[in-house]
Design a protein around this ligand. Sequence first.
Ligand code: ADP
Ligand code: MG
Length: 384
Amino acid sequence: VGIVGAGQLARMTLEAASALGVEATVLAARRSDAAALVCPRVVHGSPDDADALAELARRCDVLTFDHEQVDPGLLVPLLAGVAVRPEPAALGLSVDKAHCRRTLRDAGIPQPVFSVLDGADPLEQADAFAAGVGWPVVLKAATGGYDGKGVWIVDGRAEAAEVIEHAGALGVTLLVEAYIDIDAELAVQVARTPTGDQVAWPVVRTVQHDGVCREVLVPAGLPAEVTTEAEEIAGRVAHVVGASGVLAVELFWGGGRVTVNEIATRPHNSGHWTIEGASCSQFENHLRGVLGLPLGETTLRAPCVASVNVFGGADGTDPADRLADALSVPGAHVHLYGKAARPGRKLGHVTVLGTDPGAVRALAWEAAGLLGTAAPYGAIAEAT
Ligand SMILES: Nc1ncnc2c1ncn2[C@@H]1O[C@H](COP(=O)(O)OP(=O)(O)O)[C@@H](O)[C@H]1O
Ligand SMILES: [Mg+2]
């Protein structure tokens, strides 16, 4: 398997590849990339360098991805020599939020009301849209965004004008969406084979702060009608997208409806809990899916799982220096990605399994806190 990109997702995929004896090569933009540090087979180059992609393709049978900052058009010439999975058409949906929204709308998948600002006067278009749904509205970069970078909640025309000008200068297309009064954010991971076998993990609750996922909780703690609907919608989305490997579907529960936020055709932060929390992890099933192997079971290994992300603290302390403290927390499964510590940078995660939702959450936050992660929104007090 060749993996385009060498971040933490590739690094955790390598762990699964190692267990299965699958030889993996990563395409790394930097020597310090999380996966490049632990993989002996590295092609050095940028994901938008056609020669680097061709070199990676030459070394493997199946090409897959650690991120969606790729141009699907660059992959087409490679298809003669290598299987690209997720398939370029499916990957294209995860690369371009506007294309994804239109495709899911045509398939009848529930989503927030939206409009793609590709007309001659995007500000006029956004203003007219807001006149219909009411301010605030959400502006999103169709391509290139992640972790809330590329998402702006705007309260009025003047604020929208700033974002639209900024995006125009960068040459990025925007879409505008109705602002959803969110009660909870949810995610479902679905794994699929090239022949259309599909399995899904239970729906999880994700907690975002400033557009960044801070924690993932299983079970989602919502009424059964809501979780069943989320799982049913995600299954339909996976069928429409048709991506081999893992598909992550982010959803909103709000305004009395479940709607799809966005998708990613790869393992996802909202599925890291599956490493310890499920029979087969998202990383192993991603490999199984892209290789056309039988998919593994997605059942829970414990009634409750909490996974908390580790971020660099304001004082610049490296969580690796505090490993001993975190490992003293009973049941804490600590993952550090080997990335250089910078304030606010996602550096790892901690997963705890158990029988009580509050207890697993409190332990996971305790270990993340010992690693230097500041808890926003009173998360620790809430959990205990
Ligand atoms: N239509 C919306 N209404 C309300 N909040 C939204 C909406 N779209 C996005 N958000 C908030 O912004 C976060 C990031 O948006 P998302 O589209 O998932 O971008 P990213 O690619 O950065 O994850 C979401 O997790 C959610 O908290
Ligand atoms: Mg998102």
